[in-house]
Write a protein that binds this ligand. Structure first.
Ligand code: NAD
Ligand SMILES: CCCCC[C@H](O)/C=C/C=C\C/C=C\C/C=C\CCCC(=O)O
Length: 256
């Protein structure tokens, strides 16, 4: 898929991996709607993006992905301004084992909601033009992160949901591809510097840090390049791409 003038919507776009994904989409000619709850960070980023890529190619929409109303309004506004949606990246996520219901709400419920909203616009069976949805899970969506069982559950959920949606899309003829990206640790503000968000698992903070030292840390651009592959390579559908330092691997699952 060539990205020139394609319309992308990225959640959690103001910082970290979402920012990197937004930048690589703009670099390849797409228009991007940036959804984020952090207005200060997003406004700062928008100044940079408008200077670098022009006034008309990006749009910030303040949106808490936990709110169905705000999500609906943001998708609608994107369609009004840019004329449709070709690419969705459900990226917003948190690590918080204390506020575990909120973790499920942002990391899994909002991914499902975002996917269904995008499908309303993309589905070829309902006059859409097709498209591609890439969900950002984690290596914790494949193997367990001992300090963060609920985070692990949400990311396993995102992997399963994405793969099932890909199968449903193929069987139904939606004309929409679904892929999931599973990075190991990435250098962003998400990596906790204290155990305060780990709740009853705070005693495992050091163990998580040891795992991070053993595996190593990815940069945001490395992750963004893998995202780009899942969007542009039209042979990729129903794929889970695991990315670790010096490793990029399409995950194989037992065939049933
Ligand atoms: N950093 C890592 O080590 C790592 C590894 C694998 C996967 N991931 C996943 O990548 C995604 C992005 O993580 P990151 O490392 O860039 O984190 P980050 O904290 O740097 O950025 C997350 C962004 O999401 C936004 N956000 C958070 N809650 C939101 C909400 N309710 N509504 C709208 N926006 C919201 C934040 O404001 C922020 O801009 C997450 O889904 C995370 O689980 C991160
Ligand atoms: C508390 C840190 C939060 C970061 C979460 C982020 O999504 C990163 C996760 C990356 C990796 C950890 C996930 C699972 C580990 C699975 C298997 C580890 C086995 C590695 C080994 O022993 O070689």
């Amino acid at each position: 898929m060539a990205l020139r003038n394609k319309v992308a919507l990225v959640t959690g776009a103001a910082m970290g991996i979402g920012r990197g994904i937004t930048e690589i989409l703009l670099q390849h000619g797409a228009k991007v709607a940036l959804l984020d709850v952090n207005e200060t960070a997003a406004r700062g980023l928008m100044e940079v993006l408008k200077k670098q890529f022009g006034q008309e190619r990006s749009l910030f929409l303040k949106c808490n992905v936990e709110s169905e109303e705000q999500m609906k309004a943001a998708f609608q506004k994107t369609v009004e301004v840019f004329g449709g949606i070709d690419i969705l990246c459900n990226n917003a996520g948190i690590v918080n084992e204390s506020a575990w219901e909120k973790t499920v709400s942002i990391n899994l419920v909002a991914v499902i909601r975002g996917t269904y909203l995008a499908l309303e616009h993309m589905n070829k069976l309902t006059q859409g033009q097709g498209g591609v949805i890439v969900n950002i899970a984690s290596m914790a969506g494949i193997g367990p992160l001992l300090s963060s069982p609920v985070y692990t559950a949400t990311k396993n959920g995102v992997v399963g949901f994405t793969r099932a949606m890909a199968a449903a899309s193929i069987a139904s003829g939606y004309g929409v591809r679904f892929n999931v990206l599973c990075p190991s640790f990435v250098k962003t503000g998400l990596i906790p510097s204290t155990s305060s968000n780990m709740g009853q698992f705070s005693h495992l903070f050091d163990a998580a840090n040891q795992l991070m030292e053993k595996i190593g840390i990815l940069t945001v651009p490395e992750v963004a390049e893998c995202f780009l592959e899942l969007v542009t390579d039209e042979t990729k559908n129903g794929e889970a791409l695991l990315v670790m330092p010096k490793v990029k691997k399409y995950v194989t699952f037992p065939s049933l």
